[in-house]
Design a protein. Sequence first.
Length: 392
Amino acid sequence: MDQAKVAIIRVHEYDRAQIRCALEEGLALIGGWNHLIKAGDDVFVKINHLSPPSPPERAIVTHPVFVEAVLDLLKETGAAITVGDDIPASDEDGFRISGYRAMCERAGVKLVNLKQSGFVKVRCNGQRLETIYLAKAIADADVVINLPKLKTHSLTLFTGGVKNLYGTIPSGLRTRFHGDYPRLDDFCQVLVDIFAVAKPMLTIMDGIVAMEGEGPAGGKPRNLGLILASQDAVALDAAAGRIIGLDPTQVLTTRIAHERGLGVGDLRNIEVVGERIESVCLPDFSLPASAAGRFVNRLPRFLSQFFLRLLSIRPGVVTRNCVGCAACQNACPVSAIIVRKGKAKIDRSICIQCMCCHEVCRYNAIVPMRSRAGRIIHAVMNAGRRLLAASA
Ligand code: SF4
Ligand code: SF4
């Protein structure tokens, strides 16, 4: 694969009619989807519905109005459509909190929690995984449509089209892989192994309101007013990363998927249609604290090791916010957290800094932390990045 096309279209708000027009324009620019989807095909629409469930205004989940506009067009193809993600089973209906339950009822489309529809063992012959348990709804689908949210991620820097497919395997395995593959490059190989098996035919990213800062759950919503669409999720991630100030080589999922021939991660070989990428870039987009570490990798080894130690992030508990719900304790792959007297406590000696606890805490009680020296270096590097971007 040596050439790809990504459409970037402006949409200012979550207005279904406006989004529909933008989607029609974007799809037309990348060749439409009539050659991908036939009447009667089983189409699975993979949303990004992070746990714990949250309302769409927090910019943690793919916005249901965005998905509803995609469904409006998809229904015209005559396909049999299922929407879903793997979300925790609890007394409360997570899909109700995010608005998906009401939206799918309105649209007359089936909504599934992958946990309930089951998983099947499939061969993946990946770099790290030989086989994987994949959601049955995905394994059985004729076409997978991937609808990620444009968000930062405190571990992988960026949640995009490639990483969104991690939600197609059981949540217990997702947690276990953090423990089995504590090195970021190994873990990203696993993410790419799963992406390669789930094989989305089309990726459309909700970047109307993105998340900056400490995503995927603890960052801040930021209005970008953009939709991106491509048949190549790797190229889409490269373009989306560039918009928020990330070089594709910094985002390991993009770099690895490119190196493995699963898509085009080199912007020189990506044709951007619709908006010019330079006109939508945001030099002041706030990246997660972990981003600074990637810049340091370009220094000589002895210097980079020194700076990486200073810049490394670890989870810290904001005790006043902690309600003792134990979600972090249950999510920790190495049992480094215990909730005592209603407050979470982290055993730093065994923590592998995977940040799963940060991802699942819905009370902003777990935050990425670094040393004072690390904070200063990070602030200086961020200021430098913005200056460079502004003068480019
Ligand atoms: S830190 Fe967050 S997830 Fe953990 S017990 Fe406290 S509130 Fe719950
Ligand atoms: S304490 Fe948090 S960051 Fe550390 S290993 Fe557990 S889940 Fe990962």
